[in-house]
Design a protein around this ligand. Structure first.
Ligand SMILES: Cc1cc2nc3c(=O)[nH]c(=O)nc-3n(C[C@H](O)[C@H](O)[C@H](O)COP(=O)(O)OP(=O)(O)OC[C@H]3O[C@@H](n4cnc5c(N)ncnc54)[C@H](O)[C@@H]3O)c2cc1C
Length: 312
């Protein structure tokens, strides 16, 4: 970030909805440029998804970033015209009544868990809720994490390393776990998951739940890749590997013993409030940034927030 921030040519009254990384970064930068900013957060903590994301001990870099955001916000509140309203889920009508020049929506994602038959029969929890409240774990011994992206694998890692005596399995429909994560991080997590006896089931789709099982259909074809193999980088989908063995499909039904299902099937951008704001003409300028625009990582959320804060 440049050291000298150019003051805003026109000082605006701005509302920011959501105090995750995108909302906090935008609010502090915009206030620093001379705008009058109100930041609204519906919970009692800033940080959004990086709060659960920083729970596993290995996530100390994310925890540091959360502390950095907390400090930046405190400093900006003292130095600039920035008010923070915690525990406030502001409505479209309230925003409209306050006559802002601009409203920035940075409200993150909503759960992307699809409807799967029988889920109501078995004890289940979203990975993000479990990370925030480990009492939800109870005395579960056989835990099945559904979704082998970065959130599912990091949650499995946390369960395996920080919670004693649990059998953890991760079910992923794709051939590879943690797709889209850099090879070094992916290799680290998968290596240690193997070390701790976490069973990774790839090319496996959850079909149904009953009271004590997760029923999956797994591809038993001989060319299904070894899920623990991390020396081989995952090629982007548009690059065909002519040497890759062709993957056939031999479905096999398996019932996994389970007393707690942990759902980690990704989040979807939560743009409902932004769209309602557009419909209700809540302010002359409206923006949707961060995960509520496109679910990604801290980097993308903060880049969008920073770019907007320098030109508003
Ligand atoms: C478990 C987990 C681990 C992760 N680990 C990493 C990682 O290691 N590295 C990485 O780069 N990314 C990671 N991510 C992704 C990263 O956390 C997100 O990309 C990032 O937090 C998005 O920031 P955001 O500000 O757009 O949204 P969020 O962080 O989701 O923040 C949105 C905020 O808006 C608030 N809000 C929602 N609705 C309202 C409303 N109506 N009124 C007021 N406030 C509202 C929410 O309470 C929340 O505080 C992880 C995500 C998860 C779930």
């Amino acid at each position: 970030m440049p050291e000298a921030i150019s003051p805003a040519e026109v000082k605006k009254k701005i509302a920011v909805v959501g105090a995750g990384p995108a909302g906090v970064l935008f609010a502090t930068m915009a206030a620093r440029r001379g705008h009058k900013v109100d930041l609204y957060e519906k919970t009692d903590r800033i940080g959004g998804k990086i709060v659960p994301g920083s729970v596993p001990r290995i996530k100390y870099d994310i925890r540091n970033y959360l502390e950095y955001l907390e400090n930046e916000l405190k400093t900006a509140q003292k130095a600039y015209d920035l008010d923070v309203h915690m525990n406030t889920e502001i409505t479209t009508q309230q925003l409209k009544a306050k006559k802002y020049d601009a409203v920035i929506y940075a409200i993150g994602t909503r759960s992307g868990t699809p409807k799967i038959s029988g889920l109501e029969k078995i004890k289940h929890v979203e990975a993000t809720d479990l990370l925030l409240d480990e009492s939800l774990l109870g005395d579960a011994k056989n835990i099945v994490v559904v979704g082998g992206g970065v959130v599912g694998c990091e949650t499995a890692y946390w369960l395996a390393y920080e919670k004693d005596d649990r059998n953890v399995k991760v079910v992923e429909m794709l051939p590879h776990f943690m797709k889209g994560t850099c090879t070094a991080n992916r290799g680290h997590i998968i290596h240690y998951l193997k070390d701790q006896g976490v069973e990774l089931l790839n090319c496996a789709t959850v079909k149904e739940f009953d009271e004590t099982h997760v029923l999956i259909e797994q591809n038993a074809h001989k060319n299904v890749p070894n899920p623990y193999n991390t020396w081989q980088p995952i090629l982007p989908e548009n690059i065909e590997n002519p040497l890759a063995p062709k993957l056939g499909y031999e479905p096999k039904r398996v019932a996994l013993d389970c007393d707690l299902v942990v759902l980690a099937m990704g989040g979807k951008p939560d743009d409902a409030a932004y769209l309602e704001g557009q419909k209700e003409l809540v302010a002359p300028e409206l923006y949707n940034i961060g995960d509520s625009f496109s679910a990604g990582r801290v980097l993308e959320a903060c880049r969008a927030a920073y770019a907007l804060s320098t030109r508003i």
